[in-house]
Write a protein that binds this ligand. Structure first.
Ligand code: ATP
Length: 792
């Protein structure tokens, strides 16, 4: 190296050293300033805080200049390393209040990729996690920290691959725990900051155990920040669990109201059957608005969305609920965010944290479960410094209880009256839609049941009174021809119910009417033979119109099958939470006359139907699978012991275990036999293929004798064939064959692979075959043909 170049090199080295020293000094100063940050001062802007230049730039470029109240209070505390439990109104900027300390904490520790995961942010829903991630990307754009999103609904493998490279993770609790359990090398032992956003919701959603398990995996020495727009006792419990002497920062407690000042809030009182008419009329009179409409369940959302779309109210309609796929949810989220005027029908999935820009109205058609949920729902409007309106529909039975709950939570809300002259009735249109489209009718039935169920499940019985609902009128306003039968059957306590022998689906006996807890049995009224006496009387008193009958006949076959399937499925998939409420299939038992065609049927039509081939085949008893013992005696696959003998054979659990083990052994043996058969078949196939290939090659050789230029083509063919065979074999083969086949494939197609050990010999052998000299004489060609044939 010349002297000049060396000098230049030294100069740049020095410059780098100086820069490093300066950066270290800056970090030292920053750390000192943070530790000594006076907490009694009122900071107005982000500039006044000891934040890194990179964060300052990120904030400025995102137009965050002045701090909100919660940011003023919480950020200085968090910068000093304190644990914070923060409560502030919706839309008050809590996201920045925890993200800035997260970034700064890692920055001050000179965090790099080598240090691994440094911060975890946990949010209750995927949408919220995505939103937090976007804010982090905005304000952290100048930093070189890596951040990742770990939410359900995405490929775990892809996440597993990248998760270890991240410094900050934004995640939902379930998926995070999954990675903690399943992802090799996923280390959380270096976590510096843990954030729980909407902590109370995380608990509401039943993630308490998950959170506890996550916290167990984290180091004790860390900073914890928790934020929510509402704080419940359970959050404080959680705080005790994971925060060390936390600072409780509550902007709500200081203020007169727990909702934003710029939010005007009203409620109206109506009856259940009026709700959809009022909503439709509201849309008609607010076409140029961006409105979020809350309903109690996915089914309600779907029904209202589907029917209103068909009624063309004149405003763009969207819907969002938890049963949609993640990509669809995101698409709708983005669409609604970007639209100026639109109606989004949603479940409580959209209640928390989501920052849709410029929402004018939040309309709660179905009342929220409690005052906290009300606060979060209305918080989707009037965010930051914007204004907004909220309208709550209350049933007469709900008014008193809900108003008291809202007053207690410091929610200022006024009553307004609905002008009946301005309400458009859509009942007829809904009826017609249900009549024309069985899917709509089906949705209506599901919406009906899920609404009643949601009211029944509400824990605050002072607000939600299921027995005061005008059920029949409600069904009629949904356009349904009859009331899907909802029977309240008092059953015994949950445990007692479980011990009872299982009932035949669709069969409801009078013993279900005894006990303490309540069970809902739903049936399709159209196909309901076992109506109770009252119902029969009612039907006699109100004979069905011709239209009703037509309606029923038209939709009967389409709906009942579809409906039955779904109801059956649901009955099979009942979760523990749903055990109280059971969906049951309608009892489709045929009358005795129809069952026994020999007896006198009531009418000719019935007789013909009962003796038809189709009917007999359909109703013939199903064949049973029998197995024969060595003496040729038939047995059922599983034969039942008599109960006494069964009980005397030992306790149920151990018998069950023994039975499962025995069956497992049988399955294992069967499995081996199946595998042998499959392998034999594969080998047979391969031999056949080889013979065929050999024959084809012999044919080709004949042409080689006459045309020596075909050799390259032949070579290609051979390679191709080998590749194809290898691929086919690979698909068909077991894992054990994988290596052999992939070597074979490489041998046929790849160039040099000197680093392959086992495969090397094979490659060389193949290469000999492929790199043969072009034959010049007839003898050469014959020799080549022989060699090639031998290779097979
Ligand atoms: N300092 C600030 N300056 C300007 N805008 C801000 C500031 N802080 C937050 N915002 C904006 O205010 C809106 C609400 O912020 P954010 O979503 O953090 O509220 P939140 O308190 O978390 O609400 P929620 O309780 O509903 O989750 C966002 O659009 C955000 O960009």
């Amino acid at each position: 190296m010349s002297i000049q170049r060396r000098k230049k090199h030294n100069r740049s080295n020095e410059r780098r050293k100086l820069k490093r020293e300066e950066a270290l000094k800056e970090l030292e100063v920053l750390e000192k300033n943070c530790q000594n940050l006076p907490l009694n001062l009122e900071y107005e802007s982000f500039k006044e805080l000891p934040l890194s230049l990179l964060t300052q730039q990120g904030l400025q470029q995102s137009n965050y200049i002045e701090m909100t109240k919660i940011q003023r209070k919480a950020i200085p505390l968090a910068l000093r390393g304190r644990d914070v439990l923060g409560a502030a109104k919706t839309g008050s900027g809590k996201t920045l209040a925890f993200l800035i300390p997260v970034i700064e904490s890692l920055y001050r520790k000179s965090w790099t990729q080598l240090d691994g995961l440094g911060a975890l942010v946990i949010a209750p829903t995927r949408e919220l996690a995505i939103q937090i991630f976007e804010v982090l990307r905005k304000i952290g754009r100048k930093h070189s920290l890596s951040a990742g999103l770990v939410i359900g609904g995405k490929n775990v493998d892809v996440e597993q691959e990248r998760i270890n490279r991240m410094n900050i993770l934004i995640c939902t609790p379930g998926r995070l725990l999954q990675h903690m359990d399943q992802t090799a090398n996923f280390k959380c032992d270096n976590i510096q900051v843990l954030v729980l956003d909407e902590a109370d919701r995380i608990l509401d959603l039943g993630f308490e155990k998950t959170i506890n398990a996550i916290i167990e995996n984290l180091p004790k020495e860390r900073q914890t920040l928790m934020f929510s727009a509402t704080q419940t006792k359970s959050v404080k419990d959680l705080a005790r669990l994971s925060l060390e002497d936390p600072e409780y920062v509550s902007i709500i407690e200081d203020s007169e109201h727990s909702t934003p000042i710029s939010l005007s809030q009203h409620y109206l009182v109506c009856e259940l059957p009026q709700k959809l008419d009022i909503l439709f009329s509201f849309i008609k009179s607010h076409l140029q608005a961006k409105v979020l409409v809350f309903l109690s369940s996915c089914k309600q959302v779907r029904f209202v969305f589907e029917t209103f779309c068909k009624l063309h109210p004149g405003a763009p309609l969207l819907h969002l609920h938890g049963k949609q796929k993640q990509t669809k949810r995101l698409e709708i989220f983005n669409k609604f965010s970007s639209m100026k005027h639109a109606y989004l029908f949603a479940t409580d999935i959209a209640a928390r944290g989501l920052d849709f820009p410029a929402v004018d109205w939040v309309v709660q058609v179905d009342a929220p479960e409690n005052a906290e949920t009300y606060i979060h729902r209305v918080g989707r409007t009037a965010r930051y410094d914007a204004s907004g309106h909220a309208l709550l529909f209350l049933l007469t039975s709900e008014e008193q209880g809900m108003k008291a709950a809202l007053d207690k939570k410091k929610v200022p809300i006024d009553k307004i009256k609905v002008k009946s002259s301005k309400t458009i009735s859509i009942q007829k249109q809904l009826q017609s839609l249900c009549f024309k489209d069985p899917e709509i009718k089906y949705l209506g039935q599901k919406a009906f049941v899920s609404y009643i169920r949601s009211i029944y499940l509400q824990s605050d019985k002072s607000i939600f009174k299921v027995d005061e609902l005008p059920i029949e009128e409600f069904a009629a306003t949904l356009g349904l021809p009859g009331t899907p039968k909802i029977k309240f059957v008092k059953a015994q306590s949950k445990n007692a119910t479980r011990q009872k022998p299982k009932k035949v689906p669709g069969y409801s006996s009078s013993d279900e009417d005894e006990g303490n807890s309540v069970k809902i049995l739903e049936m399709n009224s159209n196909t309901l033979p076992n109506l109770d006496v009252q119902e029969k009387k009612r039907k006699e008193a109100n004979p069905k119109s011709k239209l009703d009958k037509m309606f029923n006949r038209k939709n009967m076959s389409v709906l009942t099958d579809h409906y039955k399937k779904l109801v059956d499925q649901e009955a099979d998939n009942i979760t523990s939470e749903e055990e109280l409420i059971t969906l049951k299939r309608a009892n489709h038992e045929l009358s005795d006359e129809l069952k026994q065609p020999g007896r006198d049927p009531l009418s000719k039509r019935k007789l013909m139907k009962a003796t038809s081939k189709k009917f007999i085949i359909k109703n013939a008893p199903r064949g049973k699978r029998l197995i024969f013992d060595d003496d040729g005696n038939p047995h059922q696959v599983y034969e039942f012991q008599d109960e006494k003998a069964f009980r005397s054979a030992g306790d149920i659990a151990s018998q069950k275990k023994e039975f499962i083990e025995k069956e497992f052994e049988v399955m294992k043996k069967e499995d081996i036999t199946d595998k042998i058969i499959a392998r034999d078949k594969r080998q047979e196939k391969k031999i056949k293929k080889k013979v065929k290939l050999k024959e084809e090659l012999e044919e080709n050789m004949k042409s080689v004798v006459t045309l020596s230029t075909t050799l390259p083509m032949y070579k290609e063919f051979h390679e191709d064939e080998l590749n194809k065979n290898a691929e086919r074999d690979f698909e068909e083969s077991s894992d054990e064959e994988y290596e052999r086949l992939s070597n074979k494939r490489q041998a046929a197609s790849l160039p040099d692979h000197t680093d392959l050990n086992g495969g090397e010999a094979l490659i060389n052998k193949k290469r000999k075959l492929l790199e043969i000299e072009e034959p010049k004489t007839l003898e050469d060609q014959e020799a080549l043909a022989l060699k090639l044939l031998n290779r097979l």
